[in-house]
Design a protein. Structure first.
Lengths: 345, 398
C-alpha cells in the first residue's frame, strides 16, 4: 500500500495547492505524453492512430487521465487509486500476489502490467472488455478494488473546479461517466514500453542483446520451447485466451465466468511479456513467484489440470536452455519505461 | 532488425532423416481400436518435440491404431508440391462437395502481385452474398468450447478453430471463374482481401463476398493465404494478418488453419495424461528418403487401444516463404444472386475430414518446416494439406 499512501499524499497536496499553481503561460509545459512512434514489431498505427474516433488521443486528455489515475478520490474510502495496484516501477503491475482494495479487501487476481495497451484488443485476465474506455470504470466500481459507484466518482471529480476546467478543456464539458472513462483510457494508451534490449534488437541494434539472449530467443521462437505459439515475436502476445496449465481447480475459472462454456474453464488472457522481470509474481493468480519458477512450470507441462490446453506439454528443457530462456526474458526489461518521469504523478 | 532478416535457415525435415523415435512394431490394426501397440508415441504426450518423433510409423488410415510399419511411397494421390496439381480442385461427385489441390490462386484469379491492406475493388457493384460458415463434427454442428459427443462414449471439446479464406471466385458455366471481393459486414473490401474465421468470434463466422447478379455453378477459394499475403511480416500489419490473429509463425509466414481441442473418454482423464488426446499421439515422423522412394509419413502411433488417438489435439497447417501452398477449394452447387436483396448460402466445414486428413499417411518429401524441432501439430497440418485432394472438408449446406 505504500504507493497508495504516496498517491494520497500527492492528491492532498494537489487539492491544497490548486489556487497556487503557476499560470499556464508561465509554466514550462510538461513533457508530451503523446508519441507518433510505432515500435518495431508492433501492429500498425501509433497510439494516436489507434485511439477511437470518439476519444482521439490528445495531450489534454492524456494529462487529465494521468491525474485521475493517481487520484485516490476515485475509491470509496479515498485511499486507493489506480496507481495503488499499478506501480510504475513494476511496469504498472505490483509485487503482491493479488491486489488489495479498499479496507484491505483482496481480490483473486494479480494486477496485470499496463503497457502497450493501445495495441491490445481485449482487457482483463478474462478478456471481458474490448476497449480501454469500457475497462477503465470497472476497477472503480469493483467492491474488492475501489468500490465506488461511477456516478459518485464523477460527482467527486465535479466538485473540484480544476477538474471541471480540465474536463472542459479536454472534452468540452464538465465531467461525465463517459469522459471519466475516456480520460483514464487516454492516459493508459500513452504507456508505451519499447526500449528494452529486445526492442533495440528488433531495430537492428544487438549491442545489448547478448549471446545467451540470442539462444534464448531461438528456444522461445521455435518448437523447442514453443513459447511463440502464444507469445509471437513483436508484441509477445497473441491476445488469446488459453489454459496455460496454471489453473488447477478453484472458483476463479477465468474465461468460463464470462462465456459460461465448459471448454473455457481455466482460460486466461495471454499477457505481453515486456518488462516481465519487473512484474513478479506471475500468472493470473500470482501463484508463481519467480521467472525461474515460470519456466519450470512450463517445462513440466503445467500443474496437471486435465483441462489444460493440449499445446502445453512437458518440454524437458536442459538447464542451459532454461538459463537462455531466462536471459531472453530479462532482455525484455525496459528501465526507460519504468522510470520515465512523464508517467509519474 | 526484422526477425525475418536474421537469416533463419530453412531446411527440409525429411532430408535430415530425423529418426529418433522408437516406432518398431508391425502392428497395424485396422478396424479396431484395440491393436497391440508398438512403443511408438510413448512419451509423445509429454513431449511433442524432437525426441518424440517417430521413425516412419504409420497407422494407415482411420480407424487404425497402433504404430509402426512402413509407408514408403505412400502419396495418397496427394498434392505434392505447389504447382503439381495446378490448384484446381476436382469436382466432387455429388456436385455438392469439393476437393482441393495445391497452388495459390489458380482458378481464383491468379496469384496477386501484392497484398495491399486496402485492395482495389475488383467489382464496382454487386450484391453482398453471405456465406455463413458452420463447423460440423459427426454430421452435427460443432459446439465450440463445449463437449461434443464422439463415438465410443467420449467427448470432444474444441478449444480453437481458426482459418483464413481468400481469393474467392464464383464458378460459371461456360466461363472462367469470376474473382470477387471479400467484404466486411459494412460491405467494404476486407483488409488484404482476406476473411478470417475464428470459431470463438461469432462476428467472424460469416464470409461475405460482393457478387454480380447472375447464375453460378459454385465457388472456389484458397483455404489460407495467397503467397503474396503469406510472406508479409505480421509485424506492422493490421488484423487479420497481425499476430493477434494467433496465426503467425515466427519464420514461415502464416498458419492457414489451426485447431486445438481435447478429447476424453470414460476411464481416461488422469491428470495430464488421458485428459487430452495428446496422450497416445506420437510417431509423427519421417523416415529418410531412400533411393528416391517416398518417405514414409506417420500416423497415429502408440495409440493402441486409445480412441483418443483418432482426434489429434493440435493441428497447425501453414505455408512457407518459398512457394504458394494454400489449398484451393472448389465447391460445386448452383445458386442465384439477385440484383438486390439478401442472398445467403451456407458453408460447412467437416472436422471429421480434417482429422482424417491430418492422420492420413502421406509422403512428406519436400516439406519445408520451421527451424528447430518440429512439433507434431505441424506435421499433422502438412498431412492435412497434402491430403486435401482426397477430402471433402468444405461443402455447401443442403
Amino acid at each position: 500500500m505504500r504507493f497508495g499512501r504516496a498517491a494520497l499524499a500527492f492528491s492532498l497536496g494537489t487539492l491544497g495547492g490548486c489556487s497556487d499553481e503557476p499560470s499556464p503561460t508561465k509554466a514550462t509545459p510538461p513533457p508530451s505524453l503523446l508519441t507518433e512512434q510505432i515500435p518495431a514489431g508492433f501492429p500498425a498505427g501509433s497510439i494516436v492512430d489507434r485511439s477511437p474516433s470518439d476519444n482521439t488521443l490528445t495531450e489534454e486528455r492524456a494529462a487529465l487521465g494521468k491525474r485521475l489515475f493517481y487520484d485516490t478520490r476515485l475509491s470509496r474510502t479515498s485511499d486507493v487509486a489506480c496507481a495503488t495496484c499499478h506501480e510504475q516501477e513494476h511496469a504498472f503491475a505490483e509485487p503482491n500476489i493479488v491486489s488489495s482494495g479498499v479496507e484491505g479487501r483482496t481480490g483473486n487476481r494479480n494486477a496485470p502490467a499496463l503497457m502497450n495497451l493501445a495495441w491490445n484488443e481485449s482487457f482483463f485476465w478474462d478478456g471481458r472488455t474490448s476497449t480501454l474506455e469500457e475497462q477503465a470504470g470497472k476497477p472503480i466500481e469493483n467492491p474488492d478494488e475501489m468500490d465506488l459507484p461511477i456516478d459518485d466518482a464523477v460527482a467527486r471529480v465535479a466538485e473540484d473546479r480544476s477538474y471541471v476546467a480540465a474536463f472542459t478543456a479536454a472534452y468540452g464539458e464538465p465531467p461525465t461517466e463517459a469522459s471519466l472513462r475516456k480520460a483514464l483510457a487516454s492516459f493508459v494508451r500513452t504507456l508505451v514500453s519499447a526500449n528494452s534490449a529486445y526492442d533495440r534488437h528488433l531495430r537492428g541494434d544487438d549491442s545489448s542483446f547478448d549471446d545467451a539472449a540470442v539462444r534464448g530467443e531461438f528456444v522461445f521462437l521455435s518448437d523447442r520451447g514453443g513459447c511463440f505459439h502464444c507469445h509471437p515475436a513483436g508484441m509477445l502476445t497473441n491476445e488469446g485466451l488459453f489454459h496455460n496449465g496454471t489453473y488447477a481447480g478453484g472458483e476463479d475459472t477465468g474465461r468460463e465466468l464470462v462465456t459460461g462454456r465448459s471448454g473455457d474453464m481455466g482460460k486466461f488472457k495471454v499477457p505481453g511479456l515486456r518488462n516481465i522481470e519487473l512484474t513478479a509474481p506471475y500468472m493470473h493468480d500470482g501463484s508463481v513467484p519467480t521467472l525461474e519458477a515460470v519456466i519450470d512450470q512450463y517445462d513440466r507441462g503445467g500443474n496437471g489440470d486435465p483441462t489444460t490446453d493440449p499445446q502445453i506439454e512437458a518440454l524437458s528443457l536442459t538447464a542451459e536452455e532454461k538459463a537462455e530462456l531466462l536471459a531472453f526474458l530479462r532482455s525484455l526489461t525496459d528501465l526507460d519505461f519504468s522510470t520515465d518521469p512523464r508517467f509519474r504523478p | 532488425m526484422n526477425r525475418r532478416g536474421r537469416g533463419w535457415l530453412i531446411f527440409v525435415v525429411l532430408s535430415t532423416g530425423i529418426a529418433c523415435g522408437n516406432s518398431s512394431g508391425p502392428n497395424n490394426a485396422p478396424e479396431t481400436l484395440a491393436g497391440a501397440g508398438g512403443g511408438a508415441g510413448a512419451g509423445a504426450g509429454a513431449g511433442g518435440i524432437a525426441g518424440t518423433l517417430g521413425n516412419a510409423g504409420t497407422a494407415g488410415t482411420l480407424p487404425a491404431s497402433g504404430a509402426g510399419g512402413s509407408s514408403a511411397g505412400a502419396g495418397a494421390g496427394g498434392g505434392g508440391t505447389a504447382g503439381s496439381s495446378a490448384g484446381v480442385g476436382q469436382a466432387g461427385s455429388s456436385g455438392a462437395s469439393g476437393s482441393a489441390g495445391d497452388g495459390a490462386g489458380a482458378g481464383a484469379g491468379g496469384v496477386p502481385q501484392g497484398c495491399p491492406i486496402a485492395p482495389a475493388p475488383r467489382l464496382s457493384s454487386g450484391t453482398v452474398m453471405e456465406l455463413p460458415i458452420e463447423v460440423t463434427f459427426g454430421g452435427a454442428p460443432l459446439l465450440f468450447a463445449e463437449a461434443n459427443p464422439v463415438p465410443g462414449g467420449g467427448m470432444l471439446t474444441p478449444l480453437g478453430v481458426r482459418f483464413y479464406v481468400s481469393e474467392v471466385a464464383l464458378l460459371r458455366d461456360g466461363a472462367e471463374p469470376l474473382p470477387v471481393d471479400v467484404v466486411t459486414s459494412t460491405t467494404t473490401v476486407a483488409p488484404y482481401g482476406v476473411h478470417f474465421f475464428n470459431a470463438d468470434d461469432a462476428a467472424s463466422t460469416t464470409l461475405r463476398v460482393l457478387a454480380p447478379a447472375g447464375e453460378y455453378a459454385g465457388i472456389t477459394f484458397l483455404w489460407g493465404l495467397a503467397h503474396a499475403c503469406n510472406v508479409l511480416n505480421p509485424d506492422g500489419n493490421m488484423a487479420p494478418l497481425s499476430a493477434t490473429s494467433g496465426m503467425s509463425w515466427p519464420h514461415t509466414g502464416f498458419l492457414f488453419f489451426r485447431y486445438e481441442g481435447r478429447v476424453t473418454f470414460p476411464g481416461q482423464g488422469g491428470a495430464g495424461e488421458g485428459g487430452t488426446s495428446s496422450a497416445g499421439m506420437g510417431g509423427a515422423g519421417a523416415g529418410a528418403p531412400a533411393g528416391g522412394a517416398g518417405a514414409g509419413g506417420a500416423g497415429v502411433a502408440g495409440g493402441a487401444g486409445n480412441p483418443s488417438s483418432l482426434y489429434p489435439p493440435v493441428i497447425h497447417m501453414g505455408g512457407n516463404l518459398v512457394e504458394p501452398l494454400a489449398p484451393s477449394i472448389r465447391i460445386e452447387g448452383a445458386f442465384s444472386v439477385p440484383a438486390m436483396g439478401p442472398v445467403s448460402k451456407g458453408l460447412s466445414v467437416a472436422l471429421d475430414e480434417i482429422f482424417e486428413g491430418a492422420l492420413t499417411d502421406v509422403d512428406l518429401t519436400g516439406f519445408v518446416a520451421p527451424p528447430g524441432p518440429v512439433g507434431e501439430e505441424v506435421l499433422l497440418g502438412e498431412r492435412l494439406r497434402r491430403s486435401m485432394p482426397e477430402l471433402t472438408v468444405f461443402a455447401f449446406d443442403p
